[in-house]
Design a protein around this ligand. Structure first.
Ligand SMILES: [Mg+2]
Length: 330
């Protein structure tokens, strides 16, 4: 049989795929191929951003957690988040749905309305898709976006750059943990960071969205850039609800829980003045949480005295049991 996905792990499998298929994606009209938040293609004069994301019942959500309209909104936002992370805004979306035969038709109506409404509010349009029968509700949203200015990849961070994150972290992960435990909580809908992403791309050297946990996503950015990201523990904007609920464990939870869909970016020191001028227009909070240093592409968590704190490297991995969502409820 050979190794199974559970032995390999989601991120290791994707890394191996990148090594194998690098030549599929290079050159021609492909500017950035497999391995970043979104692909960058240039079919005409302007680069376009292209990405897809899936929402699967009993993996990403349970149907009782939220009305179908909210699930649809979430499906669009998680896909659009990858476009924002490249400095783009969404233009059009396609929706492929798999639904059980017994699903009430009104639920599917509401789900699709949720996707279309979220797209419209982001300045995009849902232009088509596909419907198939399946054992549970699942949806894949593909988003095509444009970058009005610079496209920012994960790979541009350099020693000396400052590290920033939008919004707060840990709140969405906490809500999911409560829902998994059968406790009342509102299913978090990712924030729309496309306006912030476009503005931040004018000064960022690298950017990624925080979907799998700040520690793990900072690791992706660090590896792609070939530099180390040093995160100052005391500066991480942990969501107040997360701090209240988890006390001293809140920081590590917030760094590893995922689901935040905030933007993590690096900015060269010489562009910090320009960054400060952008902050009032971002529509969200922006916090400096550390800096980029030399060395192998890793993440270091440092305490206020400069010492290194232990940081569990695991964030979310679809195929590795120890970091599965269910294990994060413990
Ligand atoms: Mg991403």
């Amino acid at each position: 049989v050979g190794r199974r996905l559970g032995d390999v792990g989601e991120h290791a499998w994707i890394a191996a795929l990148r090594r194998r298929v690098g030549r599929w994606t290079a050159g021609g009209r492909v500017v950035v191929g497999l391995g970043d938040d979104a692909a960058v293609v240039r079919p005409g004069r302007r680069p376009l951003l292209f990405t897809t994301d899936a929402l699967v019942e009993d993996v990403h959500f349970r149907r009782a957690w939220a009305p179908p309209r909210v699930l649809g909104r979430r499906a669009f936002r998680v896909a659009a988040s990858d476009v924002a992370a490249m400095g783009g805004r969404p233009l059009v979306a396609l929706l492929a749905v798999e639904a059980p035969v017994r699903l009430p038709a009104a639920d599917l109506d509401a789900f699709v309305s949720g996707v279309a409404g979220a797209a419209r509010r982001a300045g995009a349009r849902l232009v088509g898709g596909n419907l198939a029968a399946g054992p549970h509700l699942a949806a894949a949203v593909a988003v095509l976006g444009e970058s009005p200015g610079r496209v920012v990849t994960r790979a541009g961070a350099r020693p000396g750059d400052r590290v920033y994150v939008t919004g707060t972290v840990g709140g969405a992960g906490l809500a999911i943990r409560r829902l998994l435990a059968g406790r009342p909580a509102r299913l978090p809908v990712p924030p729309d960071r496309s306006a912030a992403g476009v503005l931040l791309a004018t000064v960022a050297s690298a950017m990624i969205d925080v979907s799998d946990g700040l520690a793990q996503d900072a690791g992706h950015l660090a590896r792609a850039s070939g530099a180390t990201v040093a995160v100052e523990a005391a500066r991480v904007p942990v969501a107040p609800a997360c701090r209240r609920a988890l006390g001293p464990e809140a920081l590590i939870f917030a760094l590893t829980a995922g689901e935040d869909y905030e933007l993590l970016l690096t900015v060269p020191a010489a562009r910090e003045r320009r960054l400060a001028a952008l902050v009032p227009r971002l529509g969200c909070r922006l916090t400096r949480i550390g800096r980029v240093v030399g060395g192998a592409g890793r993440v270091r968590l440092v305490d206020p005295t400069g010492g290194t704190l232990g940081l569990p490297v695991a964030g979310f991995d679809h195929f590795v049991r120890r970091s599965r969502r269910s294990s994060r409820t413990s």
